[in-house]
Ligand binder design. Structure first.
Ligand SMILES: Nc1nc2c(c(=O)[nH]1)N[C@H]1C(S)=C(S)[C@@H](COP(=O)(O)OP(=O)(O)OC[C@H]3O[C@@H](n4cnc5c(=O)[nH]c(N)nc54)[C@H](O)[C@@H]3O)O[C@H]1N2
Ligand SMILES: Nc1nc2c(c(=O)[nH]1)N[C@H]1C(S)=C(S)[C@@H](COP(=O)(O)OP(=O)(O)OC[C@H]3O[C@@H](n4cnc5c(=O)[nH]c(N)nc54)[C@H](O)[C@@H]3O)O[C@H]1N2
Ligand SMILES: [Mo]
Length: 689
């Protein structure tokens, strides 16, 4: 196998690269290297949107690169599954073992008994969907529906607008009203924040819809702490108001939209009073919001992902994205909306040679079921990469039962010894983005950038393409074997990008998307639907049985489990990436009144539970959350709690109304104080045996 040309930096040098981690911003980075080691990582002024600062996570990323948990060489399981005992093997032995098992599995069950399990949110275009896709496609493996995130938002956005590009961060300064709806940019995409603050300095009004009083909510003119899952009701009550008070832009709708009457019908029952009942907000606050939105121009909505992660997620996003159309907010700089800008580059994976096989598709939100229930054929080989399913997928206990199967052959390919890796038969060490080439694309900020190796690969870690190419060579899958090294993979991908973008990237410049750096919606960009109109009643979406656009399904709370548990992004990790560096034990955030009703005090150890599982953790009390809602971060590692379970142990594997997405925020729980305090004493080994 060809090894990549690692750069050698003698003495001190600064390397310009970019961050591919799963975040809307995708920062440019300047990395200082001395004697081949990373000395510092900071913002690079190359990219004006992210040039002033970067997050603490990436500034400290060298702690992962050189950390004690970093995987240095391949290891093979010794002893029972999940026990965590491994012994070192060579790369050749590891490749041989995997290939041998894949051949045996295919002979016995056929290719569908192999399941590649990846998500790749923190991967660019080189380290995901290149040699890996060719390999698993060529093997006729089961396919993965990558629905853990942005499935409902994606369905709604695609359905209404064909993913028309959104308002650029820099244009937020022109808005007179900014609505931050189900997003927490201070944690999850911080380069939007300075533009929002500048708009506020220039007199803009800020409205935040979030069950938590987030950093931006604290500075907002109006904070609406709605009940999670009630956004569709709130947005439809505004739409009803706009039509009923003749403030809907009927001329714009007639020219640019279809399905107007059907939307109006769905909005009709949603008076402010009814939306108030469902959302827990006062009707007067809804009326105030509606009036602010109808009156202001330019008015801008930043739609996030918090509102999608429940049974009504698709309809909620449809209703929120319909608002600027109904209210006639497009056509001015600083007006309209931003959702995900990932489609703005028009990139399709043209570099792939193997057509996707027509094999069965497994929804990743139900991997626990796939591993424990499928028989025709069962999953016999599981190949996990670019993903940490044991902590990030719904219904952790079911995923755990699947991973604990002694007969399942599991490969985990990662940078560090994750919770998932503990259940592997073989663990393979991968490079980080500071050791490889990749192409990073922002999905908030408009950026597409080259990621470059800054240091040599640590230990025996290898980039994804090399490993999948080696397996391809061994298994006779030519299209995978053709990726000789990652530099070659980079050229292959870059030459299949839209020509301007590919050329700019290879010249190490920062390309501009086809729609320009700051498009005005309905001036520079129009819906990418076939007829270039807004489909307010989107047809043909993947929907759960019985789901209709702008539908509302009641809250799943019960008397036994009345509290709504949400699990937003935290400043400490990117999903579970960097969770190994978390030092504080996890803490549930709870409203003081909910705690008082249960005799819980600040700093207590609590049991958060429902029918699916339980989590033991600390509790922090305050008033920065709607009563009835509690919050525990996503992306925790099992060591951060007292019983080796994380938030996902409480999350049902039900699906969103549209897009078959995850319902992380449909977890309903009860919370009780654990009397014998002390997290450490609670730490019992509950994995297996
Ligand atoms: N630091 C950091 N940054 C990240 C990530 C990370 O893990 N850490 N993750 C990245 C990824 S993968 C993604 S998808 C994005 C997500 O970025 P965001 O869209 O910001 O997503 P969340 O943090 O899930 O939720 C945002 C807010 O929605 C609120 N919320 C929860 N339920 C509801 C609801 O039903 N309605 C409304 N209106 N609000 C609700 C939460 O309280 C939270 O403050 O962030 C990315 N950026
Ligand atoms: N409770 C709860 N859980 C959630 C959510 C929630 O709202 N609530 N939201 C979810 C969301 S928004 C998302 S996007 C998912 C994401 O969930 P995951 O896809 O599991 O993302 P990460 O936890 O970051 O895990 C990615 C793993 O890939 C590894 N990796 C990174 N680069 C490479 C590489 O080049 N090669 C290899 N081989 N490995 C690499 C990293 O080290 C890391 O362990 O989590 C979801 N989980
Ligand atoms: Mo995500």
């Amino acid at each position: 196998m060809a090894r990549r040309d690692a750069p050698r930096h003698w003495g001190k040098s600064t390397v310009e690269t970019a961050c591919p981690l799963d975040c809307p911003d995708s920062c440019s980075l300047s990395v200082e290297v001395e004697e081949g080691r990373i000395v510092s990582i900071d913002a690079s002024p190359r990219n004006p949107t992210t040039g002033a600062f970067i997050c603490a996570k990436v500034r400290g990323f060298a702690d992962r690169v050189y950390g004690t948990e970093r995987l240095q060489y391949p290891i093979a399981r010794k002893g029972p599954k999940g026990r965590g005992a491994f012994e070192r093997v060579s790369w050749d032995e590891a490749i041989e073992q995997i290939a041998g098992r894949i051949e045996a599995t295919r002979a016995k069950w056929g290719g569908e008994a192999i399941l590649p399990l990846s998500y790749g949110g923190s991967n660019g275009f080189v380290s995901q969907d290149t040699a890996d896709a060719e390999l698993f496609g060529g093997l006729g493996a089961s396919r993965m529906a990558r629905t853990v995130c942005a499935a409902a938002t994606g369905a709604a956005y695609e359905g209404l607008y064909g993913r028309m590009p959104g308002v650029a961060y820099a244009d937020y300064v022109h808005a007179k009203l900014i609505v931050i709806w189900g997003a927490n940019p201070m944690a999850s995409g911080s380069h939007l924040v300075p533009f929002v603050k500048e708009a506020q300095r220039r007199g803009a009004t800020l409205v935040v819809l979030d069950p938590r009083r987030t950093g931006l909510a604290r500075t907002a003119d109006l904070h609406l702490p709605l009940r999670p899952g009630s956004d569709v009701a709130v947005a439809l009550s505004l739409i009803r108001f706009l039509f009923d008070t003749a403030r809907a832009d009927t001329a714009f709708l007639a020219e640019h939209a279809t399905g107007v009457e059907r939307l109006r019908d769905r909005a009709r029952p949603w008076t402010f009073e009814r939306a108030a009942e469902v959302s827990g907000l006062p009707p007067s606050a809804l009326a105030q919001f509606a009036d602010l939105y109808a009156s202001a121009s330019p008015a801008l909505i930043r739609c996030g992902w918090g509102l999608e992660r429940n049974r009504n997620g698709g309809s909620a996003v449809m209703a929120v994205l319909a608002l600027p159309a109904v209210a006639g907010k497009f056509g001015v700089r600083g007006g309209g909306f931003t959702m995900s800008n990932s489609a703005a580059w028009g990139i399709t994976k043209r570099w792939l040679q193997t057509p996707e096989p027509a094999t069965r598709v497994i929804n990743m939100n139900r991997v626990g079921r796939a591993l424990t229930e499928l028989t025709d054929p069962p999953i016999d080989v599981l190949f996990v990469y670019n993903h940490n399913p044991l902590v990030t997928l719904p219904d952790q206990n079911r995923v755990l039962r699947g991973l604990a199967r002694e007969d399942l052959f599991t490969v985990v390919f990662d940078q560090v010894m994750t919770d998932t890796a503990r259940f592997a038969d073989l663990v393979l060490p991968s490079t980080t983005f500071l050791e490889t080439y990749d192409i990073a694309r922002g999905y908030g900020a408009y950026s597409l950038q080259l990621v470059k190796p800054v240091i040599e690969a640590v230990g025996e870690s290898r980039p994804n393409v090399e490993v999948f190419a080696a397996l391809g060579a061994r298994l006779g899958i030519e299209a995978a074997a053709a990726y000789e090294c990652e530099a070659e993979a980079l050229l292959r991908v870059a030459s299949a990008l839209p020509p301007d973008a590919g050329a700019a990237l290879l010249a190490d410049a920062v390309p501009v998307p086809p729609s320009g750096p700051a498009p005005v919606q309905f001036v520079d960009v129009f819906p990418l639907t076939p007829d270039h109109r807004i489909h307010l009643w989107p047809e043909g979406l993947v929907s759960e049985p019985g789901a209709e656009p702008y539908g509302w399904q009641p809250d799943p709370a019960t008397d036994q489990h009345p509290l709504c548990l949400i699990s937003p992004a935290s400043e400490k990790t990117v999903n579970s990436t960097l969770g190994e560096l978390r030092v504080q034990p996890a803490s549930l955030y709870m409203h003081r009144d909910d705690a008082a009703a249960r005799g819980i005090e600040d700093g207590d150890t609590v049991r958060v539970f429902n029918a699916l599982g339980e989590v033991h953790c600390l509790v922090t009390l305050g008033e920065a959350i709607a009563p009835g809602t509690v919050s525990l971060p996503k992306g925790l590692w099992t060591r951060s709690t007292g019983n080796e379970r994380v938030t996902t142990a409480l999350v049902p594997d039900t699906l969103t109304d549209f897009g078959a997405g995850a319902c992380f925020n449909d977890a309903r729980v009860e919370v009780r104080r654990i009397v014998t305090a002390d997290l450490e004493q609670q730490r019992v080994s509950v994995w297996v045996n």
